[in-house]
Design a protein around this ligand. Structure first.
Ligand code: FA5
Length: 333
C-alpha cells in the first residue's frame, strides 16, 4: 500500500509490523498513532484535510482487511486432537530435543537381571515378573503366616489406605505359580519358575540395605525333590554367574513358608561375607494352598537380593548407588 503523505506512510509501516506480533489483531485499530493522525486533521490547512483524511481511512480499511483475513484463517484451522502426538497438532513447530539413544544404557540392575534370567532359562526355568502391589492373602496368608503371626513383623512394608500392600518379597508370587502350573505337574512336567521383581521394606538404610530393591524368587516342584536339589541348583547358578569359585556358607533359618529353611551367605576373595539367599523346602501347607498334594509332590524355593548379587560381582561399596541416579556411577556399566 502506497501513501502520499510521509507521516501516514511511516505510521502504516509501524502498524503493519506491530500487527504481525499482536495476539489480539483487532487491537491495532485502537493504536495511539492512528488516533493522533485523526487528531491532526483539524490542525491542517483546509485544502489538505480531505486527502489526508482519505489516506487515513485507506490505512484503516487496509488494517481491517488484514484482521479479517487472519480471523478467517484461524477459524478454518482443524480442531486440536489432544490425544495426538506432538507433531500432528503442530506440524511446523520445532520437535522436542531428545538425547540420542547412544548416550543412554540400560540400568545396571536391568542388565544383570537379563543375564540372570538367561542362565536360569538354560537350566529350564521360565521367568515371570512379580507384582508391585499385592494383597494380604499373597503377602502372608498363602505363605502360612496366619493373621497375628509374629513373623509378619519381619516384613515391615508399605500399605495403601485401601489395605493393598507394596510386597516386601517376591514370595508373594509362590501361590500364583503353584496354582497356575498344578495341572502341568499332573501331566508330568515339573514346575520350574523364576520371578524377578521389585520389593519394598521399611528398613534402616545402610551400605547393604535399601528400602526398594530387587529379588529373584525361584520355585521348583516335582516328585522326590529334596534339599540336595536346592543346593545344587543354587550352586550351579552362582558358578555360572560369577565364573569363579566362591565360598558359600549356609545355616538353618526360619521362614513360615519353608520347612526346613536356610540362609546362604557368599564370599568372594578379598570381600566380606554377604547374606544373599533365603531358601528351603516348600512347606506342605503352602503346597496345599496352591492346589498341590504334598504327599505326592515336594519342592524347593529361594529368594535372593539381585542388588546384593550385583554388589558382590562388581565390588560396589554401597547399594544406594543403584537408585541414586548418579551418572558417574551408572556410566561405568
Ligand atoms: C525373604 O525375603 C524370603 N522371601 C526368601 C525366601 C524365598 C525364603 C523363598 C524361602 C523361600 P529375606 O528377608 O532374608 O527372605 O530376603 C532375601 C534376600 O533379599 C536377602 O538374603 C538379601 O539378599 C535380600 N535383601 C533383604 N533385605 C534387603 C534390603 N533391605 N536391601 C537389599 N537386599 C535385601
Amino acid at each position: 500500500m502506497m501513501y502520499q503523505n510521509k507521516k501516514i506512510a511511516t505510521v502504516a509501516g509501524k502498524l503493519e509490523n506491530r500487527l504481525v506480533e499482536l495476539e489480539d489483531k483487532a487491537a491495532i485499530l485502537r493504536a495511539p498513532e492512528l488516533k493522533s493522525l485523526y487528531a491532526e486533521i483539524p490542525t491542517l490547512d483546509p485544502k489538505d484535510r480531505a486527502s489526508f483524511g482519505k489516506e487515513i481511512n485507506q490505512l484503516k480499511d487496509y488494517l481491517q482487511k488484514q484482521i479479517d483475513a487472519f480471523t478467517e484463517k484461524t477459524e478454518a484451522l482443524d480442531p486440536i486432537d489432544v490425544t495426538a502426538p506432538f507433531d500432528i497438532n503442530t506440524p511446523h513447530a520445532k520437535k522436542p530435543h531428545l538425547l540420542s539413544s547412544e548416550l543412554g544404557t540400560k540400568h545396571p540392575l536391568t542388565q544383570e537381571i537379563e543375564k540372570v534370567i538367561d542362565i536360569f532359562a538354560r537350566m529350564g526355568f521360565d521367568a515371570i515378573e512379580s507384582r508391585q502391589i499385592d494383597d494380604d492373602y499373597h503377602m502372608f496368608e498363602s505363605l502360612n503366616f496366619p493373621e497375628g503371626h509374629p513373623a509378619r513383623d519381619d516384613y515391615d512394608t508399605f500399605m495403601t489406605t485401601e489395605g493393598l500392600i507394596a510386597p516386601a518379597h517376591t514370595s508373594t508370587m509362590q501361590n500364583r505359580i503353584l496354582k497356575t502350573y498344578s495341572s502341568s505337574l499332573e501331566a508330568g512336567k515339573p514346575i520350574a519358575s523364576i520371578i524377578p521383581g521389585r520389593v519394598f521394606r521399611n528398613e534402616d538404610l545402610d551400605a547393604t540395605h535399601e528400602h526398594t530393591f530387587y529379588q529373584l524368587e525361584g520355585v521348583y516342584v516335582s516328585e522326590n525333590i529334596n534339599a540336595g536339589h536346592l543346593t545344587a541348583t543354587l550352586k550351579t547358578f552362582l558358578e555360572e554367574y560369577f565364573q569363579e569359585e566362591l565360598e558359600v556358607r549356609s545355616q538353618p533359618f526360619y521362614f513360615p513358608f519353608t520347612e526346613p529353611s536356610f540362609e546362604f551367605a557368599l564370599k568372594r576373595k578379598g570381600q566380606d561375607w554377604m547374606e544373599l539367599i533365603g531358601c528351603g523346602m516348600i512347606h506342605p501347607e503352602v503346597l496345599r494352598m496352591g492346589g498341590i498334594d504334598p504327599k505326592k509332590y515336594t519342592g524347593f524355593a529361594w529368594g535372593f537380593g539381585i542388588d546384593r548379587l550385583v554388589l558382590l560381582k562388581y565390588g560396589i561399596e554401597d547399594i544406594r548407588h543403584f537408585e541414586s541416579g548418579k551418572l558417574d556411577f551408572l556410566r561405568q556399566f
